[in-house]
Design a protein around this ligand. Structure first.
Ligand SMILES: [Zn+2]
Length: 237
């Protein structure tokens, strides 16, 4: 979400999967009989809609709470097999945490991110990373990215709390690890940097240097569970 520069049409994000057409065409042309059995299986696996088993309420980030977005705000996919993921896009909600959750549950909203991070560091997941969320205002960027909202307003620097930066950085670091995404500003970008967008978030008060430092630190940390509240041995004061 985020502040808009001008009004613009919605993500025109519904279409028959390009890959479904290509794969279907190739299989027909070659003749199914000549395709090796395992090759067929692989092609079939890659047709969008024929996807991995899903568990109700499952999350991709340990510690995240699951709240389902309206299915009008995303498209079912099978990432990273049908579309590679090589980007994280940072947003700011321009509203409260709860108002963002409600907006993403609203089929009329026509947009949603995968995650919302609160000022208190809580993380809610509303769309699986397997699926394409409509958040970037650009079909290609939607297909290749994971979108993260941050609770606050672009013109209120005090909204960007330590807890929010820390939690979001851990989340982004896990996403980068999962899909082998380089931790740099080419691959971790703001909504404003998406070509053709009319949004300005996360705005001038988002501290990119600080955020990238935190992501790098979390990324290189020993691969222990990403939950912030992992019990540790008691320490003496
Ligand atoms: Zn945005």
């Amino acid at each position: 979400m985020g502040a808009r520069r001008a009004s613009k049409g919605k993500d025109g994000d519904r279409r028959i999967g390009r890959r479904a057409l290509i794969v279907g065409g190739a299989a027909t042309a070659a003749g199914t009989a000549v395709l090796a059995r395992d090759e067929l299986a692989r092609l079939w696996w890659r047709v969008p809609g024929v996807d991995k088993p899903r568990e109700q309420g499952a999350v991709d980030f340990t510690g995240a709470r699951w709240v389902a977005a309206s299915d009008a705000n995303w498209r079912r996919a099978d990432r990273p097999d049908d579309y590679g993921i090589d980007m994280v896009i940072v947003h700011v909600t321009q509203g409260s945490f709860d108002s963002a959750v409600r907006a993403f549950q609203d089929p009329g909203h026509k947009a949603a991110t995968h995650y919302i991070v609160g000022q208190d560091g809580r993380v809610t997941q509303m769309i699986r990373e397997l699926d394409v969320a409509y958040h970037a205002g650009n079909r290609d960027y939607n297909e290749r990215s994971v979108g993260i909202e941050h609770e606050g307003f672009v013109d209120r620097p005090q909204d960007f709390t330590d807890e929010m930066y820390e939690a979001s950085a851990r989340l982004t670091a896990r996403i980068c690890a999962r899909y082998d995404i380089p931790v740099d500003r080419e691959h971790i970008i703001g909504h404003i940097e998406v070509p053709g967008t009319d949004h300005t978030d996360p705005g001038p008060h988002w501290d990119w240097d600080r955020y990238m430092k935190l992501v790098r630190r979390a990324r290189t940390a020993p691969s222990t569970p990403s939950t912030p509240s992992t019990p540790t041995a008691p320490t003496r004061a």
